[in-house]
Design a protein around this ligand. Structure first.
Ligand code: SDX
Length: 429
């Protein structure tokens, strides 16, 4: 195979190196393009552009493959836990027993937020969206731990990472309690990560929430499946902010903001709203699918389609199966799950979706599980953010520890007005 690509510009041939990844993905390295040719590339939405080399997560969109540090998502979903996977992503390896205990103890030690942060919660209106609270409070956390701002001290990185991973859960639960006018419930050191989150969400001063093991495992699986996903919009945002040497909490807060959009992490909330609208209208889904195919309607089949997966999202398969199991275990029937299955059946046989390779993604079924657990719809994207935190932390670390990292600063093609004179206000029309 040639290890260079030849580019012919006005008859002049320019050679650019070809880079090949460990899974044999190939790229043309254009880092010398502008110096050699004066040209830049243009790629709206970065669909054809690699922003970095990374060792964290591998996706093959055509084959529907997802691996965290080389381990297939199907094996991790069946055999691992969210905290183990967080260690795998952040530290680069599955922890042995001693490492797992140390990491788990660090999460426990850092699970409460600084007591003065509670005053910030009082400032939010009760209808504030929890994603707004989450991004604000993650950023605010750095004010209470000044050592976070000295990002050069890498030796305490793991403490910062554990503090962020542990406290994102506490902040999320406090935001929910505040929105319902309920007293904040503090974490319990005897509870593990996901059980503690459910405790902080649903216990009351007069009664502990006794989560069923299946509910804890279902939510832990949701966190695990969302833990990383290579250079998605929010992770790319975290890397962008990290490249300026901003601290971990500022970078994660930016990731929360990017995740909030309905085309990204906000889709799980949008899917449930879509299913509920279809259910309310008495539509069997066919009217909605027709609208989703009609560009003029402005509607999309939320939870369907993906920039990278041109096959079934492997996470959607896993979640769909767990959905059936959990609802059966809880002896729950959810009409929205039936509608979701009907929509999927119709769409995967409809030429519009087949031609565009639009399949269910991770968001299509995740909301059904969260609804079965009793998590309110406005918290769905917050759950996604908690799950994605290890991936953001791992990508932040990869940027910070790569001494060759340059600040992310894309170019552009200017299409605005060419040079023209200033006109004084008296002469303006
Ligand atoms: C996540 O990147 C990641 O890894 C993200 C994520 C992660 O873990 O971080 O996997 C999580 O964000 C999953 C995606 C959640 N979003 C949704 O479910 C929202 C609905 N889906 C889309 O809006 C869309 O599919 C995207 C945003 C996911 C992907 O958008 P692209 O790659 O820019 O594709 P596109 O908008 O250019 O669509 C290509 C064609 C268009 O039609 P044509 O112009 O070719 O005629 O497909 C159509 C689109 O109109 N299309 C859809 C559709 N998604 C794409 N038509 C109807 N319904 C849809 N859902």
């Amino acid at each position: 195979m040639n290890n260079t690509a030849k580019l012919n510009i006005n008859g002049q041939i320019h050679e650019l190196p070809i880079v090949e990844g460990s899974e044999h993905e190939k790229a043309i390295d254009i880092s010398s393009l502008r110096n050699k040719t004066g040209y830049i590339t243009l790629d709206d939405g970065y669909g054809n552009t690699g922003s970095c080399r990374s060792e964290i997560t591998f996706i093959d969109g055509e084959k529907g493959i997802l691996r965290y540090r080389g381990i297939p998502i199907e094996e991790l979903a069946e055999k691992s836990t969210f905290v183990e996977v967080a260690h795998l992503l952040i530290m680069g390896k599955l922890p042995n027993q001693e490492e797992l205990k140390r990491f788990s103890d660090l999460l426990t030690k850092n699970e409460t937020i600084h007591e003065d942060m509670k005053f910030h919660f009082e400032g939010f209106p009760s209808h504030a969206h929890p994603m707004a609270i989450l991004s604000s409070m993650i950023n605010a956390t750095s004010c209470f731990y000044p050592e976070i701002l000295s990002s050069e001290r890498q030796e305490d990185f793991v403490v910062q990472a554990a503090r962020l991973l542990s406290q994102v859960r506490t902040i999320a639960a406090f935001a929910y309690r505040k929105s319902r006018g309920l007293p904040a419930i503090y974490p319990k050191p005897s509870y593990k990560y996901t059980a503690n989150f459910l405790h902080m969400m649903f216990s009351n001063p007069y009664q502990e929430f006794d989560a069923e093991p299946e509910v804890i495992k279902a939510l832990d699986l949701i966190f695990l499946l969302h833990a990383d996903h290579e250079q998605n919009c929010s992770t790319a945002t975290v890397r962008m902010v990290a490249s300026s040497k901003a601290n971990l909490f500022a970078s994660a807060a930016a990731g929360v903001c990017a995740l909030w959009g309905p085309l990204h992490g906000g889709a799980n909330q949008a899917v449930l709203e879509m299913l509920a609208d279809i259910h309310r209208s008495g539509d069997d889904g066919s009217k909605f699918i027709a609208a989703a195919k009609d560009k003029k309607s402005g509607k999309r089949l939320m939870g369907f389609g993906h920039r990278v997966y041109k096959n079934y999202d492997p996470r959607a398969k896993i979640i769909k199966k767990r959905c059936d199991q959990l609802l059966a275990k809880l002896k729950r029937v959810d009409p929205l799950l039936d509608i979701a299955k009907k929509l999927e059946e119709a769409a995967i046989n409809d030429p519009y979706f087949v031609e565009r390779k639009l399949y269910p993604n991770v968001d299509f079924y995740s909301g059904i599980i969260m609804r079965a657990i009793g998590i309110p719809i406005e918290m769905f994207t917050v759950i996604f953010a908690i799950g994605r935190m290890p991936g953001w932390i791992a990508n932040y670390r990869e940027v910070h520890e790569n001494l060759e990292t340059r600040i992310y600063r894309p170019r552009q093609i200017y299409t605005g007005l060419t040079q023209r004179p200033y006109v004084s206000v008296k002469e303006r029309v």
